[in-house]
Design a protein around this ligand. Structure first.
Ligand code: ATP
Length: 336
């Protein structure tokens, strides 16, 4: 395998439990040193995919390889290449951090002298050097998560798979976790990181795969996904006078009812519902899929009316909105 070849190759991976399709023809690739954010709500199929990747579960059809090794048939090699951190830390009473890591190092058949060195190295990468002599079960969730990362790195895997590493962490610990992920990528590791919380990963991921109901809904860089997903945009009209809010909201509703794709009553109803008047903040907010050209007509009408308009602005759409848009579109598609 050369450096140019993707480290992870997933081709048409499908997993059925009886009649239930947990994973439906999933395909994607991850290159060396990249961080893939694997995003999806509970039950989407993330853990199913990961279990197949680390050789713990057999796909019904399709294929997955890591560094050229088949995840099913080369499972011994996969265990050497991959470090897997499940979302559950487990119970390790009466064990100091160094003993805990030594235990896992020995399980990987790392010699005693190398284990001593690896324990120091992995604790340093995970920012947990000062925890070395503490008892594992006395550590906070965030500290335990760092120790779990050190454990995942103990055999120096080239590929690291972390299942919900930020789960249960406080905001600072989440930021620290992101720093650790970036450090690992800098060290040349390839990472797959799952989350059901999107913005958390968006800042550190090179790639994002969004999955719902076992199907890949979007795959690409964060920018690609934001550009490609056709979504309704949100606008705000800020008014100078609170009394203008209701009449302007009514004017926008009427205009949207005429201009949004016609012929479908439900569409119009949706557009109408998407206009909200906020008297306290003297603004009207609305959602639309109309273009800037079309919206300029509305802006002209509003400016020509008796109401003093302070601002007409588009609200930034974040990845969370994009995800909801993808998930919603996918769910509608499945229903038809
Ligand atoms: N052994 C099993 N037998 C039957 N159904 C299963 C089994 N394992 C998982 N499933 C189902 O497959 C679907 C995908 O589950 P999976 O655990 O992969 O989701 P997930 O995206 O990891 O969600 P979560 O974040 O909740 O772990 C779920 O509907 C789950 O109930």
């Amino acid at each position: 395998m050369t450096d140019q070849q993707p480290v992870v190759v997933i081709e048409n991976l499908t997993k059925r439990y009886g009649d239930f399709v947990a994973l439906d023809s999933l395909s994607m690739q991850v290159d060396k040193g990249q961080i893939l954010g694997f995003i999806g709500p509970n039950g989407a199929g993330k853990t199913t995919t990961i279990r197949i990747l680390v050789g713990l579960s057999k796909a019904t059809s399709g294929r997955a390889t890591i560094a050229g090794c088949d995840c099913l048939t080369d499972s011994r090699k996969i265990k050497r290449i991959v470090g897997y951190m499940p979302d559950d830390f487990g119970k390790y009473n009466n064990m100091r951090v160094s003993e805990y890591l030594d235990f896992f190092g020995a399980a990987y058949a790392i010699g005693r002298r190398d284990r001593v060195r690896r324990i120091d190295e992995t604790l340093e990468i995970a920012g947990a050097t000062h925890m070395k002599d503490l008892f594992v079960d006395a550590l906070s969730r965030g500290m335990q998560q760092r120790v779990a990362i050190a454990r995942t790195l103990i055999h120096d895997p080239q590929m690291i798979i972390l299942d919900e590493p930020a789960n249960g962490l406080d905001p600072q610990a989440r930021i620290d976790m992101r720093e650790i992920l970036l450090r690992l990528a800098e060290l040349g590791k390839t990472l797959i990181v799952t989350s059901h919380i999107l913005p958390e990963l968006a800042r550190v991921c090179d790639l994002v795969a969004m999955i719902t109901k076992g199907k890949l809904r979007a795959f690409g860089t964060v920018d690609d996904i934001m550009r490609d997903i056709k979504q309704r945009r949100t606008f705000e009209v800020l008014l100078l006078d609170g009394q203008s809010v209701e009449p302007v909201a009514t004017q926008i509703r009427k205009w949207l009812d005429q201009k949004e794709p016609t012929g479908l009553e439900s569409k119009n109803a949706e557009a109408t519902q998407a206009v909200t008047a906020d008297s306290a903040q003297t603004l009207v907010r609305f959602e639309t899929s109309l273009t800037d050209n079309q919206l300029s007509e509305l802006l002209n009408q509003l400016v020509a009316s008796d109401h003093a308009i302070a601002q007409f602005r588009e609200l930034a759409t974040d990845l969370e909105d994009a995800f909801l848009s993808v998930a919603g579109a996918g769910a509608q598609g499945d229903a038809t």
